[in-house]
Design a protein around this ligand. Structure first.
Ligand code: AKG
Ligand code: FE2
Length: 241
């Protein structure tokens, strides 16, 4: 059953106005930008990642890895040995780590924070099996996982179109203003921690993401993934071009 959410505010109108971008991050705890990344760059990354997934048995042999057709029997999650083995194959890709240094994201973050940017060494790939919804990433603040300084921002970007049913990211606007780490407790799902209580009531904001879109948010902004409810045998859309 689909979850309720409202559309993210699109901030492309403020791309040439850094103080306005900064004001939106300060007020809402996120900045959502359509087509920030070059879709060709994202598609090359998608190919490199999905080829690894196919070589290691998570995507059906003989299909185009770009279609992302899962082997449903291979379902596994963070914490399982089998998950880590394949995750590490993706994590070894230089192109994956380089994506966190692409000039467009460095420049955009510099506009938002009005200071030099350091790309955090910890990149995360979120690779999730269809209809494995007990393990959908629960509501959390990223500071819990990254630590360091609250002045840390996440860029979440899909390597293909990511309509609602594929389980894109959702945020609760303004939740970073709490100014601290709120209590979390154990949960199934990526990261294994969920925020306690009220904040989970939302309202949640998300969108039908397209390749190239980027959601930037503060380390204290509460966010989660929507469940991936797609049928395993349906190709997932790679997106433009
Ligand atoms: O895409 C997802 O499943 C959620 C990613 C996320 O919030 C995280 O990795 O911290
Ligand atoms: Fe997160």
């Amino acid at each position: 059953m689909a979850e309720e959410w409202q559309e993210l505010r699109v901030s492309n109108d403020a791309l040439d106005d850094p103080p306005e971008l900064r004001a939106r991050m300060d007020t809402e705890g996120y900045v959502f930008l359509k087509s920030l990344f070059n879709p060709d760059d994202m598609l090359s990354l998608r190919r490199a990642m999905t080829e690894k997934l196919q070589q290691h048995g998570w995507l059906q042999a003989g299909t185009d890895p770009m279609d992302g057709i899962a082997v449903i029997e291979a379902q596994c999650t963070e914490g399982d040995i089998g998950y880590t083995d394949v995750y590490h194959e993706v994590y070894k890709l230089q192109a994956f780590h380089e994506s966190g240094h692409w000039p467009v994201i460095m420049d955009t973050m510099e506009k938002i924070i009005d200071a030099p940017v350091l790309s955090h060494p910890m990149k995360i790939a979120r690779i999730w099996f269809p209809q494995y919804t007990d393990h959908t990433t629960p509501a959390h603040q990223d500071f819990v996982h990254f630590q360091g300084t609250f002045d840390t921002y996440t860029c979440w970007a899909p390597v293909g179109d990511c309509p609602e049913e594929l389980g894109g990211l959702a945020v609760v606007s303004g939740t970073h203003k709490v100014g601290k780490v709120v209590d979390h407790h154990f949960s199934l799902g990526a990261g294994s921690l969920v925020v306690d209580e009220k904040v989970q009531e939302g309202p949640w904001r998300s969108t039908n993401y397209e390749i190239g879109d980027a959601l930037l948010f503060h380390s204290l902004t509460v966010h989660k993934a929507l469940p991936n409810v797609t049928a395993p045998s349906i190709p997932t859309p790679a997106g433009r071009p």
